[in-house]
Design a protein around this ligand. Structure first.
Ligand code: SNW
Length: 275
């Protein structure tokens, strides 16, 4: 048998110390003793997410959850002592995520969930880690502005910020609710709806996949940055997540993941290392 190389042994030693894989921030090697974060299972973080919110949170071809939000959360969890084998991700309909965290079914929900005052009545949010746009995706060349949606059928994801925005502002449009973005995009492709209203990055991916679809309208959602959602009052967990999240921003991990998942997009200055 070949002897492992010195370099390999060095890497293994560094990995055991938790010194590689997540930048310069200190990383705990194991879940902390006791249950300081009030987790359902003290050795594991149980995460609720969605399977089709590309590129934020989705399942890959082998059924594993991945995406910007999932990778960022795994990095943050590792800084608290929970490596990938101690983070379980469970898929749900988007509309069930916040109630499930409130009811103690998940320790945290991670799925590009925008922070709003209404949602903060039900759950707590970490600090924000992502801002973007809400977009109208359509194959109809006559839809170019929000006004063009009058009399049209527009898909919305149940429980989403898009749904709330559409109900308030697109009052002449018939809104058609879907449990997930995939089924809405199928309905769009089959002509059951005229357009779908979803996050810009997801819309961009759909437009690449289905060349007839174009992004017609973008509405800034900078006042509702995505955050990690925890049970109300679980301040120890929220504070620990915030500390690790800021370490991931400060050591460039956020920037690396952002460039990986949103290539070419403008970086958000407040999430970059501060000097
Ligand atoms: O508010 C935006 C935020 O600015 C960023 O673009 C990431 O998405 C949002 O958080 C909005 N996300 C929707 C929501 O919170 C839908 C999330 C989803 O489809 N998984 O309702």
């Amino acid at each position: 048998m070949q002897k492992p190389s010195r370099r390999l042994l060095g890497i293994v030693a560094l990995a055991a110390l938790g010194l590689i894989g997540s930048g310069r921030a200190p990383v705990l090697a194991a879940p902390p003793p006791g249950n300081p974060y009030h987790l359902i299972d003290r050795t594991t973080i149980t995460v609720g997410s969605v399977g089709d919110s590309k590129p934020y949170a989705f399942t890959d071809a082998s059924g594993n959850f991945t995406g910007f939000d999932i990778e960022l959360f795994r990095d943050v969890a590792r800084r608290l002592g929970f490596d990938s084998s101690h983070v379980i991700v469970i898929g749900q309909d988007f509309s069930a995520l916040l109630p499930s965290v409130a009811n103690g079914r998940f320790d945290v929900a991670v799925a590009a969930i925008g922070t709003t005052a209404a949602r903060k009545k039900v759950v707590d949010f970490s600090d924000g880690y992502l801002v973007g746009f809400l977009s109208v995706l359509t194959s109809e060349s006559t839809i170019r502005t929000p006004d063009d949606l009058a009399g049209k059928r527009l898909g919305i994801l149940q429980g989403s910020l898009e749904a709330i925005y559409a109900e308030k502002h697109f009052t002449k449009t018939s809104l058609v609710e879907f449990p997930d973005d995939n089924s809405a995009v199928s309905a769009l492709n089959s002509g059951t709806i005229d357009a779908h209203f979803l996050d810009y990055e997801s819309a961009k991916q759909d437009a690449q996949r289905f060349p007839s679809l174009k992004i017609a309208v973008n509405i800034p959602s900078f006042d509702a940055p995505a955050g990690f959602v925890v049970r109300k009052g679980n301040t120890a967990f929220k504070d620990a997540l915030n500390k690790a999240l800021h370490a991931a921003m400060q050591d460039g991990t956020w920037e690396t993941l952002f460039k990986k998942w949103f290539p070419g997009d403008p970086l958000t200055p407040q999430y970059l290392p501060q000097h």
